[in-house]
Design a protein around this ligand. Structure first.
Ligand SMILES: NC(=O)c1ccc[n+]([C@@H]2O[C@H](COP(=O)([O-])OP(=O)(O)OC[C@H]3O[C@@H](n4cnc5c(N)ncnc54)[C@H](OP(=O)(O)O)[C@@H]3O)[C@@H](O)[C@H]2O)c1
Length: 329
């Protein structure tokens, strides 16, 4: 029975991957900082959770010891500012993959699969992209002999995502949607396809072909951010399916709005660094003909095929909640 440890396995992409690996009969250990956040994984019979509060080398070696592969999905979208990036990005995107590569070498674990992002570049325009670039370099260079695979998805959509859902919920509350970076291009890729590609690199029949490769993952179609915002509102049924007007902001206004959104209660909804990331397109460099055949995704799913199902359901739920509030229940 293959045996994996998946860092970041409790998250949006990780939960899908862990379920997929468990369905193949693999044993999966998911380290998490908050066991509570990962409890949805507990019903999976071959999955174990372990709560950890530090990523020191001794802890990592203990978790990595005896596994067939280590998967790193840990990532953050927002962090303190700095040059080339602040301490939060350095810790999550650079030092952790570096320590994981070292732990693999120290414990004789041959395989490390790492999730990066399209546009990752040590000299990129944002802290997010620069730290992702340095994280990739740490995985590729640090330990000779390590069998690594790196995935670089565009923005990932699916139930529970943080972009279509955010656009839809903002349109339920606001009369119009002001948007920075509205003309930047994305190739959104479905969370199930990303999970499938990563799983193929671990348990697929052609997994050995993925060693030493960097895969860019994009969906079947390219959209501007403005088009995605409009689609999300329409698919969620806002204003009878017309959505709210989406107003593209000039750069200075977009920076000011992003700065305000950094202070949103419960954590930033958007940041100036996110805007900086949008200075480069998030579109695969090759054609959009699909995934490499060894990844086992013949036809990547489209937003049009899948998103209306859950966006409409959430829209109906929001309407119901608002009736209840008005009725004082
Ligand atoms: N979602 C996208 O559109 C997208 C696009 C391109 C690339 N990616 C990359 O794909 C990976 C997974 O993304 P996701 O959307 O699944 O993210 P997510 O839902 O936020 O999950 C990330 C996981 O990482 C762990 N984590 C977060 N911050 C951490 C920190 N400071 N220290 C240690 N662990 C931390 C969390 O685990 P616990 O809270 O359980 O500890 C969480 O489950 C990330 O590397 C991300 O950059 C995502």
């Amino acid at each position: 029975m293959p045996n994996f440890v998946v860092f970041g396995g409790s998250g949006f992409i990780g939960s899908q991957l862990v379920a997929r690996l468990a369905a193949t009969g693999s044993r999966v250990l998911v380290p998490t900082r908050r066991r509570e956040r990962a409890r949805h994984l507990l019903p999976l019979p071959t999955v174990d959770l372990v709560q950890i509060d530090t990523f020191d080398s001794a802890t990592l070696q203990r978790l990595v010891q005896g596994r067939d592969a280590v998967v790193n999905l840990v990532g953050i979208l927002h962090g303190r500012r700095g040059r080339p990036y602040g301490a939060d990005f350095a810790r999550a995107h650079v030092r952790l993959p570096q320590k994981l590569a070292e732990a693999c070498a120290a414990c004789g674990v041959p395989r490390l699969v790492h999730l990066s992002a399209l546009g990752a570049d040590s000299h990129g325009p944002s802290m997010y992209l620069r730290s992702k670039g340095d994280g990739e370099a740490a995985v590729r260079a640090d330990e000779p002999g390590l069998q690594w695979t790196i995935f670089r998805p565009s923005v990932v959509f699916g139930e529970g995502d943080r972009f279509l859902n955010l656009f839809a919920s903002l349109q339920r509350r606001l009369p119009l949607l002001p948007l920075g970076g509205a003309s930047q291009r994305f190739a959104p890729v479905h969370v199930g396809d990303v999970a499938q590609a990563i799983a193929a690199s671990l348990v697929g029949a052609r997994r050995r072909e993925t060693i030493g490769r960097i895969y860019e993952l994009g969906g079947p179609k390219v959209y501007t951010l403005g088009e995605l915002a409009r689609l999300a509102g329409a698919m969620a049924g806002v204003r009878g399916g017309r959505g709210r007007p989406v107003i593209g902001l000039p750069h200075v206004a977009a920076v000011a709005l992003a700065w305000l959104m950094e202070w949103a209660p419960g954590g930033p909804l958007m940041s100036r660094d996110n805007l900086d990331s949008m200075r480069v397109p998030s579109v695969p460099s090759g054609t959009l003909a699909g995934f490499a055949p060894e990844l086992g995704v013949a036809r990547p799913a489209s937003i049009e095929a899948l998103a209306p199902v859950w966006l409409r359901r959430l829209g109906q739920q929001a309407e119901y909640d608002s009736w209840r509030t008005h009725a004082g229940r």
